[in-house]
Design a protein around this ligand. Structure first.
Ligand code: SF4
Length: 366
């Protein structure tokens, strides 16, 4: 058995940690590239959303490298993410690729547990007692690595707009993340996190700068994966903006486990409540939250919002129409970027530069 998983954001780091710590053989798909996207595009319906194509490309590359077991998160309606696993299975079978599939259920319902039981029945036969006994420790290691990656990424978002040498923070972040990836025990992971923090804090910074404050909202994979969004977070930081985002793997996992449901102060609940001024129901995925977060960030004095959405994304298309109104009502500039498989890196850079310049003028004029 050789398990594989999508190469999204820092997801491969913590998925690898779970497999490695539990002694389960794995294959990390190559870093998402033009080839990954081309493979995904070639074998998908052109109208399907971009994250679907990227993830399909990851799986094709991993299966070609010898992986035989795909682990993928599931979801429910109304978003298409709930159908990703069903459609991707059909495509991979049509391509003649051999694999087994394991869906991580988004909610622990009886139906999901039964589906999971059916999928894991055969797999369990290939696992040793050692694998099974080590699995809880593997999960703990994976969770700790995920939290370490997020802590470093959040710190980089603060350092980047003040860096003296453009690109220095990104280089240091990469090094810090590979330190986390290489850690094999909880103690060495802790050391790697501390070293990574120091490395980022030691970046040459100009503390006289007052960065613009920008929130990135939108479809979760598009917000979290720099390959899908063409490095929007890094670009904004290097243009002098301190970026915030609330989509992290940990937020979505805790939400699925319903861990922060009772926490009335949870940001997501605040955003959802704020969106009720424009929407009377839950549209699905991140739609309501994109709208609510734009309102809340305006109240908090943010300079602007960047809204990211894949082409043909149903929930975010609804959000983008309403956000035009929100921008006017709450006097907050909102830039919507629609991402597809076209080579749009240069266009995105130009749009972001123009947006930042406009925010700077607005700040000066205030
Ligand atoms: S939120 Fe949008 S992009 Fe994401 S899976 Fe749903 S429809 Fe596709």
């Amino acid at each position: 058995m050789k398990v594989t998983f999508p190469h999204l954001g820092t997801m491969h780091i913590f998925c690898k940690a779970i497999a490695e710590t539990s002694g389960i053989p794995y294959i990390v798909p190559p870093e998402t590239s033009r080839r990954t996207l081309t493979l995904g595009v070639q074998h998908s319906n052109e109208c399907i959303c971009l994250p679907f194509k990227m993830i399909l490309g990851n799986f094709i590359e991993a299966l070609q490298m010898g992986a035989d077991t795909i682990v993928m998160v599931g979801s429910g309606p109304p978003c298409r993410l709930g159908l990703y696993d069903l459609v991707q299975k059909v495509i991979l079978e049509d391509m003649g690729l051999r694999y087994r599939w394991l869906t991580i259920p988004p909610r622990l319902t009886w139906q999901a547990i039964w589906k999971n039981y059916e999928e894991t029945k055969e797999l369990k036969k290939e696992l040793s007692w050692k694998n099974i006994l080590l699995f809880p420790y593997g999960l703990r290691m994976g969770w700790k690595k995920m939290m370490a990656c997020e802590a470093l990424e959040k710190l980089a978002m603060k350092v980047r707009p003040r860096e003296v040498q453009k690109g220095e923070t990104q280089k240091r972040l990469k090094k810090a993340l590979s330190g986390v990836d290489e850690a094999r025990t909880l103690r060495t992971l802790n050391d790697a996190l501390q070293k990574g923090r120091t490395l980022l804090q030691e970046t040459g910074q100009d503390f006289s700068r007052v960065p613009l404050k920008i929130a990135i909202v939108g479809e979760l994979y598009t917000v979290m994966d720099p390959h899908i969004n063409r490095g929007v977070e890094q670009k904004l930081g290097e243009l002098g903006a301190e970026v915030t985002r609330t989509s992290w793997f940990s937020t979505h996992i805790l939400r699925s486990l319903r861990k922060n449901k009772a926490d009335q102060n949870s940001e997501r609940i605040r955003f959802f409540e704020a969106s009720k001024a424009y929407l009377g129901y839950d549209v699905g995925a991140e739609c309501n939250l994109s709208i609510g977060e734009a309102i809340v960030r305006s109240q908090e004095g943010y300079d602007g919002v960047v809204h990211l959405m894949p082409f043909a994304c149903m929930p975010e298309t609804t959000a983008s129409g309403i956000l035009t109104r929100v921008g006017k009502d709450w006097d907050i500039p909102i830039l919507t970027l629609i991402l597809d498989e076209q080579e749009i890196e240069g266009r995105i850079q130009t749009l972001l530069e123009a947006f930042i310049e406009m925010l700077q003028w607005k700040r000066k004029a205030a």
